[in-house]
Design a protein around this ligand. Structure first.
Ligand SMILES: [Zn+2]
Length: 248
């Protein structure tokens, strides 16, 4: 459990997995890291930010990270990797249409808000006494980023770190993903890790994610726990298939 003054962690439980975002309060600015699945998820965060419009950051454009932004209004400043924007003309609205077809009514309030402050490799935000460094870390998706708060030794890992296994795309660039995570694992200031799904806490979650990805890269998948939730059994099978590995 990560507890830091100035950090508020918010979560939403979907049927088979939990999604986590957070709010960082600096002396000058507040940042919302991801807006979860839909506006209703963000009600507690909106109350918290009533006195000052926050900046929003998207860890990447997957549906479970960007659906609630409309609560802050259409003029919100939203920061993301440059390639995140193109996804709002492509798979993001497509996914929303599928969600609406599968669960009529449940997604009606979602209004997609595109990112409007884009960066390529790194962007530093001065929140007042706190810095949020945004760094590109492709692998889970091409637009994936992580956030680092040096004053707290805190890595906001998005979906680049996840146990028991992250979601690996088709024909993944595992080498870049592993290399990006390895740099963070060796970062002297790293003390805590907050992924968007799965366990959070010590830097070991980064090391274990790297071990899983290396297993896929070298064709020697790490054994999965016996009692694996159905969502992660399926994710592991999908990952093996995405990497061209045989399921035995
Ligand atoms: Zn996710």
């Amino acid at each position: 459990m990560i507890q830091i003054d100035g950090l508020f962690i918010h979560t939403v439980q979907r049927e088979d997995f939990l999604v986590r975002g957070c709010v960082l309060h600096g002396a000058k600015r507040t940042v919302v890291w991801d807006t979860l699945t839909r506006p209703q998820d963000m009600a507690p965060v909106l109350r918290m930010c009533a006195s000052q419009m926050p900046l929003v950051v998207y860890s990447h454009a997957d549906w479970d990270h960007v659906g609630g932004t409309a609560v802050f209004g259409p003029d919100t400043l939203v920061m993301a990797h440059r390639s995140c924007l193109a996804r709002f003309q492509d798979d993001v609205p497509q996914t929303l249409r599928s969600l609406r077809t599968n669960e009529p009514g449940f997604w009606d309030d979602v209004r997609l808000i595109e990112p409007n402050v884009l960066f390529d490799t790194r962007l530093d935000l001065d929140l007042g006494g706190l810095t949020l460094e945004l760094h590109r870390l492709p692998g889970h998706t091409a637009d994936a980023i992580v956030g680092f708060v040096p004053q707290w030794g805190l890595l906001l890992a998005g979906d680049t770190v996840e146990l028991p296994c992250p979601c690996v795309p088709h024909e993944p660039d595992l080498v870049s993903w592993i290399s990006g995570l390895t740099q963070w694992l060796h970062h002297p200031g790293l003390r805590r890790v907050l992924p968007s799904h799965g366990p959070s806490g010590r830097p070991e979650v980064v090391a274990q994610t790297i071990a899983y990805l290396q297993g896929l890269l070298h064709g020697r998948p790490v054994p999965m726990p016996a009692a694996l939730p159905a969502f992660y059994s399926q994710t592991h099978l999908d990952n093996m298939q995405a990497c061209g590995l045989k399921i035995v």
